[in-house]
Design a protein around this ligand. Structure first.
Ligand SMILES: [Zn+2]
Length: 244
């Protein structure tokens, strides 16, 4: 089985992610965007140069818009300009793209293809394989589980267990007992164990370093990566290597 990770937006805290990955033999694709987000510090060029030594850089647009909400000329510009930006930073071809907010459609996928990317990551979770290179699925996001920690919409108060609710069907399908669903780490380990024991093609972990910080999940991330590292036959790859 392959194991890959990906990290969105290009926050300065990605350096901490990179260290944790390297300490555990894991690889990541970092989808960078020059536009500052959530008022957080972003990676500087020196950090980016260090990151690319061990990991992959991918494009994530310039302004981080919802692509289905802007005219296709603008979509094209975001897709092409962010590829150029990454290639200037890295000095090598940028093969991967990531849709902001996972927001995409067939037309946008085609524009990404035409721009010369080899694949693009989406935000669909609880899967271990992808049929479409331009809609790469993920297995699990690192985020509060089973309960929300922040109620950013009024109805979140009525749906405290939203993170569990949306995953329930898959959890059942994979035969993961609800006793493993008390916290993110046990779910991650149970999902990984399921994928590993049933010989799935890939486990794809993703997230945002600023959320790992915000929700105090560094220990959980570290322990999960350590757990993955005990499975010696797992092959650690960056996102574009899933396409081979
Ligand atoms: Zn993003």
């Amino acid at each position: 089985m392959k194991f890959t990770t990906s990290w969105d937006d290009g926050y300065a805290l990605d350096m901490k992610i990179s260290e944790l990955l390297s300490a555990n033999g894991a690889k990541g694709t970092f989808y960078l965007c020059p536009h500052k987000q959530h008022g957080k510090s972003m990676l500087d060029p020196k950090d980016i140069a260090t990151l690319m030594k061990n990991h992959e850089l991918g494009a994530h647009t310039i302004k981080h818009p919802k692509l289905t909400l802007i005219p296709s000329e603008k979509v094209k510009e975001e897709i092409i300009e962010s590829k150029k930006w990454i290639e200037e930073l890295s000095g090598k071809p940028c093969e991967m793209f990531c849709y902001p907010y996972g927001d995409t459609n067939d037309e946008i996928e085609n524009l990404v293809k035409e721009a010369g990317y080899k694949g693009a990551r989406g935000i669909t979770q609880m899967l271990f394989t992808s049929e479409n290179a331009f809609q790469q699925n993920t297995s699990l996001q690192i985020a509060p589980f089973p309960k929300r920690k922040v109620h950013s919409r009024w109805w979140h108060v009525l749906d405290k267990y939203g993170p569990l609710r949306v995953k329930r069907k898959a959890i059942k399908a994979y035969g993961i007992p609800l006793t493993e669903c008390n916290n993110w780490l046990s779910l991650a380990k149970a999902m990984f164990t399921y994928a590993h024991s049933t010989n799935q093609p890939c486990f794809h972990l993703w997230g945002h370093s600023h959320e790992v910080e915000k929700y105090d999940m560094w220990k959980e991330l570290e322990e999960f990566l350590r757990f993955v590292a005990t499975h010696k036959e797992v092959k650690h790859v960056v996102n574009s290597q899933l396409l081979q």
